[in-house]
Write a protein that binds this ligand. Structure first.
Ligand SMILES: NC(=O)c1ccc[n+]([C@@H]2O[C@H](COP(=O)([O-])OP(=O)(O)OC[C@H]3O[C@@H](n4cnc5c(N)ncnc54)[C@H](O)[C@@H]3O)[C@@H](O)[C@H]2O)c1
Ligand SMILES: [Zn+2]
Ligand SMILES: [Zn+2]
Length: 361
C-alpha cells in the first residue's frame, strides 16, 4: 500500500517551499523505503528552489539524511528492514565504462529509485539529487542506503550524505592533500569547513580559511584553520601569498561557486598546485582566465562532485573517526529544526547565521 506522508516541496522557481502530502509507493525491485530521522539543509536545496539546477519542478527537497530502512523490494540484498543508513547520491552501477575500469567513485550511471513519489493529485515529484529527504519517509534505490554504526546520531551522520562528505572529499580525495601541505579554502560554510576538517585530518600544516563573514571565519578556526582571511577587507591572494613565503598554497579549494572566488583560488596556488572546484556555479556563469597561466603554472584544475567519494568505503570510515572523537560532525549542526522551518533555514543560510540547520523527524 502506498503511504501518504508530509514533505517539503518547492512548487515553482523562487517561491517559498511548502509542506504538503507526498505519496510514497511501496518499494519495487531494487528499491527501499527509508524512515528519515534527520536531514541537513544544504545550499544545493536552495539552488533547486531558485531554479539554479534545472526546471523540473515540483522538487521534493532535502538530500543530506540518515534514517532507518522500513522495507525493501524484491532482489535487495545490500540492506534490510531495520538497518541504520546514511542516504547517498552515488549508488554505483558496476556496469558503466568508469566502474568497469575500477573507478566506481566516479560512476557515470548512478542509480535512483525507478518509481516516482508524487503529490496527492498524482503529479510526479523530482527528488533533490535523486533522494528527497525533507519528508517522513522516502523511496530510494537500495544502493543509495549505506549502513553505518547506529551509535552515531542521525543529526551528525546525515551530514556525511552530502555537504560534509563533499568538503572532506574535496580536500582528501580530489585535492590529494597530504602531510605538510598548505591549503586554502574559499567559502567557509558547511562544505568549506568540512574541507578544512579534511585538510586537518590529512595532516596539512597550513590551512587558510577565506570568507567575507567574520562569524564564518571563527567557526573555520574551530574546524582546524590555522589562519583566516576576510576577503571583503583586502586581496585574499596577496594575503595567502604572504602566509606562504610568497608562493601560494599547494591546494586551493573553491567552496562558494562564483567566478571571482574561482579566480582567487586559481591565483592563490603555488606552482604545480591543485585547484579544486566544489562550489556549484549557476548555469549562466562564465569565467575567463589568462591562458598562459593555465599552462605556465602547471598543476591541475579539478572539479569535485561529492568529494569523489565512494559511500561504501568512506561513510563507515568517517563515522568511525567521528565515534573516536577525531572528526567533529556535531560542530556543523548549528540548530535542529522541524520540517516546517526549512524556508526560514534558507534565509538563515543566506544571512550567514548557520553552518547547518538540521531537520529532525
Ligand atoms: N560539489 C559538490 O558535490 C557539492 C556538494 C554540496 C554542496 N555543494 C556546493 O558548495 C557550495 C557551498 O555550500 P554550503 O552548503 O557550504 O553553502 P553556505 O551558504 O553554507 O556557504 C557558502 C559560504 O561562502 C561564503 N561566501 C559567499 N561569497 C563569498 C565570497 N565572494 N568570497 C568568500 N566567501 C564567500 C559565505 O559567507 C558562506 O560562508 C554551494 O555552491 C553548494 O551548492 C557542492
Ligand atoms: Zn558505474
Ligand atoms: Zn547537498
Amino acid at each position: 500500500m502506498p503511504q501518504t506522508v508530509r514533505g517539503v516541496v518547492s512548487m515553482a522557481e523562487g517561491e517559498p517551499v511548502t509542506i504538503t502530502d507526498v505519496v510514497v509507493p511501496d518499494p519495487g525491485p531494487g528499491e527501499a523505503v527509508v524512515a528519515i530521522q534527520a536531514c541537513g539543509v544544504c545550499h544545493t536545496d536552495l539552488h533547486y528552489r531558485e531554479g539554479g539546477i534545472n526546471d523540473e519542478f515540483p522538487f521534493l527537497l532535502g538530500h543530506e539524511a540518515a534514517g532507518v530502512v522500513e522495507s525493501v523490494g524484491d532482489g535487495v540484498t545490500e540492506v534490510a528492514a531495520g538497518d541504520y543508513v546514511i542516504l547517498n547520491w552515488r549508488a554505483v552501477c558496476g556496469q558503466c565504462r568508469s566502474c568497469l575500469r575500477g573507478r566506481p567513485h566516479i560512476c557515470f550511471s548512478t542509480h535512483n529509485a525507478s518509481q516516482k513519489m508524487t503529490l496527492a493529485d498524482g503529479t510526479e515529484l523530482s527528488p533533490a539529487l535523486g533522494i528527497g529527504a525533507f519528508v517522513e519517509k522516502t523511496l530510494v534505490a537500495a544502493g543509495q542506503c549505506t549502513k553505518v554504526d547506529s551509535d552515531a546520531p542521525a543529526t551528525a551522520a546525515g551530514l556525511l550524505g552530502c555537504g560534509v562528505m563533499a568538503g572532506i572529499g574535496a580536500a582528501i580525495n580530489t585535492g590529494g592533500v597530504g602531510r605538510g601541505d598548505s591549503v586554502a579554502v574559499f567559502g567557509c560554510g558547511g562544505v568549506g569547513d568540512a574541507a578544512i576538517a579534511g585538510a586537518k585530518l590529512a595532516g596539512a600544516s597550513t590551512v587558510i580559511g577565506v570568507d567575507i563573514d567574520d562569524r564564518k571565519l571563527e567557526w573555520a578556526r574551530g574546524f582546524g584553520a590555522t589562519h583566516t582571511i576576510n576577503s571583503s577587507e583586502g586581496d585574499p591572494v596577496e594575503a595567502i601569498k604572504a602566509l606562504t613565503g610568497g608562493n601560494g598554497v599547494d591546494v586551493a579549494i573553491e567552496a562558494v561557486g562564483l567566478p571571482q572566488t574561482y579566480r582567487q583560488a586559481f591565483e592563490a596556488r603555488d606552482l604545480a598546485g591543485t585547484v579544486v572546484l566544489v562550489g556549484v556555479p549557476r548555469p549562466d556563469m562564465t569565467i575567463e582566465l589568462p591562458f598562459i597561466e593555465v599552462f605556465g603554472r602547471g598543476g591541475a584544475l579539478k572539479s569535485s562532485w561529492y568529494g569523489d567519494c565512494l559511500p561504501s568505503r568512506d561513510f563507515p570510515m568517517l563515522i568511525d573517526l567521528y565515534l573516536q572523537g577525531r572528526l567533529d560532525l556535531d560542530g556543523f549542526v548549528s540548530e535542529t529544526i522541524d520540517l516546517g522551518d526549512v524556508e526560514e533555514a534558507f534565509h538563515k543560510m543566506e544571512r550567514g547565521e548557520v553552518l547547518r540547520s538540521v531537520v529532525v523527524l
